[in-house]
Write a protein that binds this ligand. Structure first.
Ligand code: TRH
Length: 378
């Protein structure tokens, strides 16, 4: 009998909640042979990540995962062996009542947000007893062996490297998206939140002697780009404009697997939130993280904690250049000036991106760590 797992996802905003849980659900099925139901309360986010999905279906099979609409009025359902609530979403009361009735009781895990902060390794795996007698455990993704690790599919790094060594595959992928970059142009993908400080960076790219092709999936940064370009109409997929040495091209939002290939194809990736942030690390290419903003600047210590780990392999000057670009992107400041500083250390920054990827890939991946946690609980 396959072990059965339920994953609950409440979409707070954007795509990260759906993105992480969908990726995890697929991997549990494909690599661990589990029976997985993914309960999502907003299928519209899911459909963008998995375009073949049906927005209306109460239940549908996608890549071996039973994807279910999380109904506003919960109807009783069988309780599986493992229950994952993603990002502390609240499970339906009737569901937790049924969990109490099940024998043996299911393993209940809260899969938390990713953070590189020190306290994470101390809290990973701790129990959180509930007033109704059920026991829940904290499960933290992270960057050290003392955490739950990062989502990483089997052979992902090998596939990525093979793709990057195959210029015909890269070319075919880019052509398929209508991207026709100048020979020698630097390719940069930009998936970021709004950023009013963007202009100085775009100025620097436009006046650079090396051409740049900016690939921007449809999303929240387009308004800032539109202002800089001086265009009247909102930017949409298919839009392309050249300004000096800079070509700006807006891409459609593509399915998750294809987005990986976009990251693998680019020389520099600007990513955000949680899932694209991790995927950019697996691309082995230099990156910038636009961190998800939280109240009272709670995100800034998280940014610093990650930078401390990520920059450890760089010379002080290169580390400072990366740090400054990341800080200014997230906090504000002249991005043009620090882009020039960053470019001076480029070969070292590239080597560091691959080294960091290999270091992280040597750790147990998150799906395997979850399965091990379950097996150890039996
Ligand atoms: O979309 P995000 O900003 O998501 C989140 C949410 O805001 C969430 O509430 C918050 O908790 C979290 O960030 C920290 O960024 P993220 O996590 O990178 O999710 C984007 C997903 O979209 C990711 O799975 C990659 C995917 N994607 C595609 O599939 N195709 C695309 O073309 C692009 C640009 C992204």
């Amino acid at each position: 009998m396959k072990a059965s797992w339920d994953i609950f996802c409440s979409v707070v905003d954007n795509y990260g909640d759906a993105g992480v849980t969908w990726r995890l659900a697929r991997q549990l099925v494909a690599e661990h042979g589990l029976q997985v139901r993914l309960w999502i309360d907003d299928l519209s986010a899911f459909v963008r990540l998995c375009p073949g999905a049906d927005l209306q279906a109460r239940q549908q099979w996608q890549e071996g995962v039973s994807v279910c609409q999380w109904p506003s009025e919960w109807v009783n359902t069988d309780i599986p062996d493992v229950v994952i609530e993603a990002f502390a979403c609240r499970l339906p009361t009737r569901y937790t009542e049924s969990m109490l009735q099940r024998s043996p009781r299911p393993l209940w895990l809260n899969l938390d947000y990713l953070s590189a902060e020190d306290w994470v390794s101390g809290c990973h795996g701790l129990p959180s007893p509930q007033s109704n007698g059920l026991k829940k455990f904290f499960f933290f993704p992270g960057f050290s062996e003392a955490t739950g690790g990062l989502l990483r599919e089997k052979n992902l790094i090998e596939q990525r490297q093979a793709f990057q060594q195959n210029s015909a595959a890269r070319q075919a992928f880019l052509s398929g998206l209508g991207i026709d970059a100048l020979a020698g142009a630097r390719l940069i993908s930009v998936f970021a939140y709004e950023n009013p400080a963007l202009g100085r960076w775009l100025d620097a790219l436009a006046s650079d002697s090396r051409p740049t092709h900016l690939l921007v999936p449809e999303g929240r940064i387009l308004g800032d780009l539109q202002r800089w370009l001086g265009v009247d109409d909102p930017l949409r997929a298919g839009f392309t404009q050249v300004s000096g040495g800079l070509t700006v091209q807006v891409l459609p939002f593509i399915r998750q697997e294809l987005y990986d290939q976009l990251l693998w194809s680019c020389d520099f990736n600007i990513v955000r939130g949680e899932d694209s942030f991790v995927r950019a690390q697996w691309s082995g290419r230099p990156m910038l993280w636009h961190i998800y903003q939280q109240e009272d600047d709670a995100h800034l210590p998280k940014l610093d904690a990650f930078l401390t780990l990520y920059l450890a392999g760089l010379s002080p000057a290169a580390a400072q250049a990366v740090n400054q670009f990341w800080q200014r992107w997230n906090v504000g400041g002249d991005l043009g000036e620090c882009w020039t500083a960053l470019a001076e250390h480029w070969p070292q920054i590239e080597r560091n991106a691959e080294r960091w990827c290999q270091q992280q890939a040597a750790q147990t991946d998150l799906a395997t760590a979850l399965v091990q946690f379950y097996v150890n609980s039996l």
